[in-house]
Write a protein that binds this ligand. Structure first.
Ligand SMILES: [Fe+2]
Length: 184
C-alpha cells in the first residue's frame, strides 16, 4: 500500500474510533478492503489506487455522522480528503464517480473501477458478523430488520455484483442468509 493510501486508511480508522464506529471499521471497511483486493487480483486492467481510495472514503457520510444522501455526501467528503492529500484533479474526479455510483440506486456504475467498488461493498454484507451486527445496532424491530435485510441482500445480489466470478463466490452465502431470513 502506498504511503498516502496508508495515511488515509489510518485517518479513517481514527475517525471511526472517535465517533464510536470501531465496529463499522472492523466489520465493514476491513471486509470491503479484503474483497477489493481479491477482485483487483482478478481485474488487472482496473486502476488499483482509485478503487482502494473508494474503499476507504466511500463511507464518510456514516463515519462523519453527516445527514443526506450517502453517495453525494460521501463523494463530497472524499473530495475534501483527496484535496488535503494533494491528489490530482483527475484522481479526485474518478474517486468521486465511483463513490457516487457504488450503491447502484440513483446512479449505475459503468467503469471497471466503479463496478469493482460496488461489488466489493456488496460482498462485504455476506458475513454473519455483518448481518448480526446490523440487527443488534440499528434499533429495528425483528420484522423491520428481516424485511430490510431481505431487500438489501436481493438488491446486492441482483444489481451490485458485477462479475460472474464474484457472484459465484457469494452465491452460497446469499442462499444461506436468505434461507435463514425467510424460514419460520
Ligand atoms: Fe460500504
Amino acid at each position: 500500500m502506498n504511503n498516502k493510501l496508508s495515511r488515509i486508511k489510518s485517518l479513517i480508522k481514527k475517525e471511526c474510533e472517535k465517533n464510536g464506529l470501531a465496529s463499522f471499521y472492523e466489520h465493514h471497511l476491513m471486509a470491503v478492503e479484503k474483497n477489493a483486493q481479491e477482485l483487483l487480483s482478478r481485474l488487472p486492467k482496473a486502476d488499483k489506487e482509485t478503487v482502494m481510495l473508494g474503499v476507504w472514503l466511500h463511507g464518510l457520510k456514516k463515519v462523519r455522522k453527516l445527514k443526506g444522501d450517502p453517495e453525494e455526501v460521501g463523494s463530497r467528503e472524499a473530495e475534501k480528503v483527496l484535496k488535503e492529500f494533494q491528489y490530482p484533479p483527475e484522481t479526485i474526479t474518478l474517486v468521486k464517480d465511483i463513490i457516487m455510483t457504488h450503491r447502484c440506486k440513483k446512479h449505475i456504475p459503468t467503469t471497471l473501477e466503479a463496478r469493482a467498488l460496488a461489488t466489493a461493498d456488496a460482498m462485504s454484507q455476506y458475513s454473519s458478523d455483518w448481518v448480526l451486527n446490523y440487527a443488534m445496532t440499528e434499533g429495528m424491530s425483528l420484522a423491520e430488520f428481516k424485511k430490510f435485510m431481505i431487500e438489501k441482500l436481493e438488491h446486492n445480489y441482483n444489481h451490485r455484483i458485477f462479475f460472474s466470478f464474484a457472484k459465484k463466490l457469494i452465491q452460497k452465502r446469499h442462499e444461506a442468509l436468505m434461507y435463514v431470513l425467510t424460514m419460520n
